[in-house]
Each structure stands twice: as structure tokens, then as C-alpha cells.
Design a protein around this ligand. Structure first.
Ligand code: ZN
Length: 181
């Protein structure tokens, strides 16, 4: 009876000859980038809303998290205390996710270029949106806030995607900022 070598089993696919083809490598690189982006985008919504609710409760408020068409929302059932409680609750979602994702990206947890690059637009979009929420949610009308938040989110995504595509391109096609291999 032969024992199955789990390491061999895990890597047999990567050892196929066609996997060493440079075009196949590029396709798999891009697939890994988008898959990582998709998975961590999905976890963005619950983590973001959880941070809002956690901080709201810390300041004596409460709420429920609901799934919406565009993502999710934390709805207050009772408001947190004072301007500091409100402001901290508003900042907590985007800033919380940006901090957690920055930590994940900088640890060995994500162990290659594609995974690291995928975290960049998530971090920049959450940072921009979180700052907009913290600054404007309780200082302008709700309609004005939605307009500002959409712009902040768009800027965060565009800036982050450009940085991450440059990062991936550098890895795949040439060292602009030193060889990352
Ligand atoms: Zn939020």
C-alpha cells in the first residue's frame, strides 16, 4: 500500500509542463488577482458594518446590520452618545476595514504579489469611503453625504486599481521599481 504524499498531491498541478508556459503564468496570475479581490470584497461588507455596530455599542448606541442592494448597512436602533460617539461610529467602518486589510496584506498570510496587489484597491476604497463617512455623515444632509461618498469611493477604487495594476504589470513584464521576483 502506498502512502499519498500530500505535498506532491498539492503541487502536481503546478508541476505540469504547460503551467510553466509564460502565457499560462500570466493568465493564472490575473485569475489569482481577481479571485483574491472578489473574496476580500465579499468580506468587506460584514467587517465594515460590524465595526460601525461595535463602536456604536461602545458609545451606548445599538443597531442592526442589513443586507442591501449595493452591499450592506448598519441601521441605528438607538444612537450612540454625543458628537464623539457619532463621529467615531461613522469613521469606524471604512477605517476599521482599511486597518485590518493593511495588516493582512503586510503579513505573510498573503504570500505572493497577486494577493498583495488585490488588497490595494480594497484598502484605498475603504480608506476614502471611511474618511468621507467620518467627516460628512453627520455634518451634511443625507443626500449630500451620498453624493460625496460616491465620489470618495470612486476615487479610492480608481487610485487603488491603478496602483495595483502597475504593481502586477511590474511583476509580470518588468521591473519599474526593482525586480520583485
Ligand atoms: Zn459605513
Amino acid at each position: 500500500m502506498t502512502m499519498i504524499d500530500s505535498e506532491k498531491l498539492r503541487f502536481w498541478w503546478k508541476d505540469r509542463d504547460f503551467m510553466k508556459n509564460r502565457y499560462v503564468k500570466v493568465i493564472f496570475s490575473i485569475a489569482e488577482y481577481f479571485l483574491t479581490l472578489l473574496i476580500f470584497y465579499a468580506t468587506t461588507v460584514p467587517i465594515h458594518e460590524w465595526f460601525h455596530l461595535e463602536v456604536a455599542q461602545f458609545f451606548g448606541g445599538d443597531g442592526v446590520i442589513v443586507k442591501t442592494v449595493y452591499g450592506g448597512a448598519m441601521r441605528f436602533t438607538s444612537m450612540p452618545d454625543g458628537l464623539i460617539g457619532l463621529t467615531a461610529t461613522a469613521f469606524a467602518g471604512g477605517i476599521g476595514v482599511a486597518l485590518i486589510y493593511s495588516l493582512i496584506a503586510s503579513l505573510d498570510w498573503l504570500d505572493d504579489i497577486e494577493q498583495f496587489a488585490a488588497m490595494i484597491p480594497l484598502i484605498t476604497s475603504q480608506l476614502a469611503y471611511g474618511l468621507a463617512e467620518g467627516i460628512f455623515l453627520f455634518s451634511v444632509s443625507l443626500q449630500e453625504f451620498f453624493d460625496i461618498a460616491q465620489i470618495a469611493l470612486a476615487i479610492g477604487w480608481v487610485v487603488g486599481l491603478i496602483i495595483s495594476f502597475l504593481y502586477i504589470a511590474n511583476h509580470l513584464w518588468g521591473p519599474f521599481w526593482g525586480n520583485k521576483e
